[in-house]
Design a protein around this ligand. Sequence first.
Ligand SMILES: Cc1cc2nc3c(=O)[nH]c(=O)nc-3n(C[C@H](O)[C@H](O)[C@H](O)COP(=O)(O)OP(=O)(O)OC[C@H]3O[C@@H](n4cnc5c(N)ncnc54)[C@H](O)[C@@H]3O)c2cc1C
Length: 379
Amino acid sequence: MLLTPEVKQLCEEIRRFIRQEVDPRSRWIEENDSIPPELVAMAREMGLFGLTIPEEYGGVGLDLAGKCAVEEEFGHTNYGFATLIGNHTGISTAGIVALGNEAQKRKYLPRMASGEWIGAFALTEPQAGSDPAALRASAVKRGGRWVLNGEKIYITNAGAAQVFTVMAVTDRAQGIKGISAFIVERGFPGFSIGRNELKMGMHGSSTAPLAFTDCEVPEENLLGPEGMGYMQALKTLTAGRVTLSARCLGMMDKLIEKCIDYAKVREQGGRHIADYQGIQWMLADMAVARDASRLMVYRAIDTLTRGERGTLEASTAKLFATEALARVVDCAVQIHGGMGYMREAGIETMYRDARITRIYEGTSEIQRNIIARELLKEN
Ligand SMILES: Cc1cc2nc3c(=O)[nH]c(=O)nc-3n(C[C@H](O)[C@H](O)[C@H](O)COP(=O)(O)OP(=O)(O)OC[C@H]3O[C@@H](n4cnc5c(N)ncnc54)[C@H](O)[C@@H]3O)c2cc1C
């Protein structure tokens, strides 16, 4: 993919930062399930929280191709840290950038670009996961304010966030056209954030439930026109699926590199294991899965950049790249043998982290549903 010299330089800086600052702290993040404050401070200093926020609001203004290039870099390092930055610069700020009015952008984006305020995106509810149209959280206009009631679960960045984009039903009779988006700040009366969940992987990334009990949201915090929340969420998730797939590419690159290095030094039966055809074929399959994923991700970027809907391309890329990653990380454990099962090799962490990519931003089954729906509509 053609990247501007500026994006290439940014990627090099991020690569250096990852090698020098993030990777050495990765084990600590994994064991403490939190991100060291000094690492967040360095990320702020580097402008990482503003990567996708337009320059006029203090950000770097990366387009989708630039954001994906950066995500590929982040695929090489700690998944929890990559999630903090990736979620904030993706689904958690995209709504304000796309739908915010000038006053909202001026109020929120500069502080989100600097990383002073971290964002979160709140759609999922206990009974509304794969089917977000089943949302129950409601917002009613009362005395110049919106009053929100309901709950959200599994919200990434919740423990660290100051600004939440929250989807709630404003007109139940309108179905999905009655769902609106709101900007809710930590500290608004009636808004509470629950305890961080303990997860299989993604350690360091906060995931927590939210509760709204007669939560008062100023009238001006309605994001975009009333009834546009669901549509905007879908658009946000379409781009999010592509950027997540780009991170999977970086993860596959890293796993393949690690396997090649290991296979060239590990000896069994008097030969390097790289000399065995069984290992070579696994490496070949891993590279094919990675390269095919890359083509699909780049096609999705190209489609969306041309201003087309890109729903089919984004779901195809997400389904393929996340399932490819599952096969690649499984082969990586196999190639490392017993060492692949040990923490010190770093593969078992990636094995657990990779598992989430087939669940969030739409499960593999939901991507198949979307792809089939688009095919049947097209033909
Ligand atoms: C770590 C983590 C972080 C997350 N971060 C966020 C976040 O920041 N913001 C947010 O809003 N959400 C977030 N989520 C929620 C995530 O998007 C949902 O978990 C996901 O969409 C699946 O919903 P569910 O968990 O309710 O599973 P369910 O919808 O209950 O699915 C259970 C199973 O049924 C299958 N299934 C459901 N419907 C169909 C169907 N129609 N056809 C075929 N199969 C179907 C699913 O594929 C799955 O296999 C996060 C989740 C996790 C685990």
